[in-house]
Design a protein around this ligand. Structure first.
Ligand code: NDP
Length: 221
């Protein structure tokens, strides 16, 4: 089984990569750093998800190879400390949407031929509870809007890719102790990754389009 995980050099993505390698899979991690951690059994590919040229290069490199599970994990949360009166500059909107939304779309578009080669292909999009429309407590407007957009993207792709046999799930990974989640977050990467892997295993064409938490609960849209 070959999972491909974007943004896998640290945080949740790194833990998923380590766990899949330990489980005897042949995971591919993508990174935009030149010196990702060495992990036995892991293959690294270079990818800034927001860069169309690098997406094309990755597509060419992986031509003819099978990807069973694409995990769109790379994400940015740059507006944590912005304030409404004078913050949230347009360049920040552009950068975060390029990674959190366009980057997910481009990665899926790039790797569709590889997914189509798999027996039971799956796409997992790591959104966030902060992408929920129903639970909208305010603040972090760019992050929330980008995670809402990628949830919408996932649910629409789920419809369009059903006939190709590709299941698409969207996930909240928990509030996780990473650079993004901070040291006071609720759970560690090991718990988040274990829960997410169970959700990816459970994803089928019957549940395609789901929005779920790492511990198996449906999340309000
Ligand atoms: P981290 O900040 O720890 O890691 C983010 C990863 O994404 C890094 O590997 C980073 O690479 C990569 N990345 C960012 N931008 C790009 C890009 N343009 N191209 C390629 N890679 C990129 O975050 P987490 O591990 O905490 O988060 C993983 C996912 O989970 C994200 O989508 C996040 O939004 C989501 N999430 C996290 C929560 C949490 O509590 N931690 C809660 C809800 C959702 P680099 O090292 O090069 O910067």
């Amino acid at each position: 089984m070959t999972p491909l995980i974007t943004g896998a050099n640290r945080g949740i993505g790194l833990r998923l990569l380590q766990d899949y390698a330990k489980a005897g899979c042949s995971p591919i991690g993508t990174t935009r750093t030149d010196d990702p951690p060495h992990i036995a059994g892991v293959r690294w590919e270079y990818l800034d998800v927001a860069d169309p040229g690098q997406q094309r290069d990755l597509g060419r490199k992986l031509e003819g190879e099978t990807v069973d599970l694409l995990i769109c994990n790379a994400g940015q949360y740059l507006d944590k400390h912005e304030t409404l009166p004078s913050g949230y500059p347009p360049a920040m909107w552009a950068e975060m949407f390029a990674t959190n939304v366009t980057g997910v779309f481009l990665t899926i578009q790039t790797l569709l031929p590889n997914l189509e080669r798999a027996a039971a292909p799956k796409i997992a999009i790591i959104s966030s509870m902060m992408g929920s429309q129903e639970r909208a407590p305010g603040g972090s407007y760019i992050y929330r809007a980008s995670k809402a957009a990628v949830l919408n993207l996932g649910r629409n792709l789920a419809q369009d890719l059903k006939s190709a046999g590709i299941a698409v799930g969207v996930y909240h990974p928990g509030w996780v102790r990473t650079d993004m989640g901070g040291q006071h977050a609720q759970i560690g990467v090991e718990e988040a990754a274990a829960g997410l892997r169970a959700r990816f295993d459970a994803l089928t064409l019957e549940t395609t389009g789901c929005f779920e938490t790492w511990d198996g609960h449906p999340h309000p849209y």
